[in-house]
Design a protein around this ligand. Structure first.
Ligand code: SAM
Ligand code: SF4
Length: 335
């Protein structure tokens, strides 16, 4: 068996996030410009290549696979990929196959996803107000996403809502969203907005809203208990005793999780980013395409890349020009 993936800081890499497309049917203001230019098709890994790539990682000890994008469910033929990945769930090599989605296509795919072995999905939703939703996603329509959530719950999928915390935009919905999620049995995670991409201020619907403030606001209304649970990523969790609900906080800007980092991210072109906050990356597409019959060069390239995983990242809002800023969009690395 090939040796497992252990980085230079003794962290086992067991979690792979894979972007399967850079395209999306929304244009969220903090994520994409309205007139995005997308990659030519030949740059993208084919569904077969995605399968080979993910299977190689699973063979090296990756136990959790999260499919993201862009919007993963707009990739043509994506269910073929999910269906094919389910063999790794059946074999026990993969513990979880999941995805992050904007929810627009869930009504169509929820049953198929469940049949492929998906049990949980993260759905991004920043507001429950139709007009605000249209403003923040530019092209999205709230009822379509709400239908998708209904279908997903009917299909038996557990849902976690991810909301980007935006000052002056969804601050006033903190309690409405909390109660709404509680009433539907959904967990809720707040994400701090990150300095990604090249959006000018005119495109920002809101500004940085510190999750410390979100937590403090919640504590005014609820009994908030810190949970010891760690995901190996930037999320911290609390329980609201009155609703029994789990609330997460993702603060990618603080350096408080790097030591337990268990993950790497792959773009839809087969570039492996070893750290969300660093530009360091390794091209895995060339070793994959250059050796169609033999995975050995790919596996060697994966090991070499993991050997370069940095200790931590370098986002920092306190510096003048957001020095830690990385120029790529979240839709490229897949959040
Ligand atoms: N399209 C899918 C979706 O929206 O869930 C998956 C890809 S999206 C890039 C993944 C996550 O990144 C979403 O929850 C989105 O809100 C978040 N995101 C995008 N840009 C962000 C930014 N600048 N700061 C913080 N979160 C961001
Ligand atoms: Fe699309 Fe997700 Fe980015 Fe919104 S956050 S534009 S839904 S990829």
């Amino acid at each position: 068996m090939a040796p497992r993936l252990i980085d230079p800081f003794a962290r086992a890499i067991t979690y792979l996030r894979v972007s399967v497309t850079d395209r999306c049917d929304f244009r969220c203001v903090y994520c994409m410009a309205e007139n995005m230019t997308f990659l030519p098709k030949k740059e993208l890994l084919t569904l077969e290549e995605l399968d080979r790539m993910c299977s190689a990682f699973i063979g090296l000890g990756v136990e959790k696979l999260r499919i993201t994008g862009g919007e993963p469910l707009v990739r043509k033929g994506i269910m073929t990929f999910f269906n094919s990945m389910s063999r790794h769930l059946d074999s026990g090599a993969l513990q979880e196959l999941t995805l992050t989605t904007n929810g627009s296509q869930l009504a169509r795919y929820a049953d198929d996803l469940y049949a492929a072995g998906v049990r949980r999905v993260n759905v991004s939703l920043d507001t429950l107000d139709e007009d605000k939703f249209a403003r923040v996603t530019r092209w999205g329509r709230l009822p379509q996403v709400l239908n998708g959530l209904d279908a997903a719950q009917r299909a038996g999928l557990r849902i976690k809502i991810n909301a980007v915390a935006l000052k002056g935009f969804n601050e006033d919905e903190l309690f409405t969203m909390t109660e709404w999620c509680a009433s539907r049995g959904m967990d809720l995670t707040w994400i701090e907005v990150m300095p990604m991409g090249d959006l000018g201020n005119e495109d920002r619907v809101g500004q940085y809203w510190s999750l410390k403030d979100v937590r403090a606001m919640l504590a005014e209304q609820y009994t908030v208990t810190d949970l010891a649970e760690r995901s190996g990523g930037p999320a911290r969790y609390v329980r609201l005793e009155e609703t029994g609900q789990k609330i997460g906080f993702i603060t990618p800007l603080s350096h408080n999780f790097c030591e337990s980092c268990n993950r790497v991210r792959m773009t839809c072109t087969g570039e492996l980013y070893m750290c969300l906050g660093q530009e360091d990356r390794a091209d895995l597409r060339a070793p994959l395409r250059d050796s169609p019959e033999d995975d050995a060069p790919l596996i060697a390239a994966i090991h070499k890349a993991i050997g370069l995983k940095p200790k931590g990242h370098d986002f920092d809002y306190s510096r003048q020009r957001a020095d830690g800023q990385v120029s790529r969009h979240m839709s490229h690395t897949g959040g």
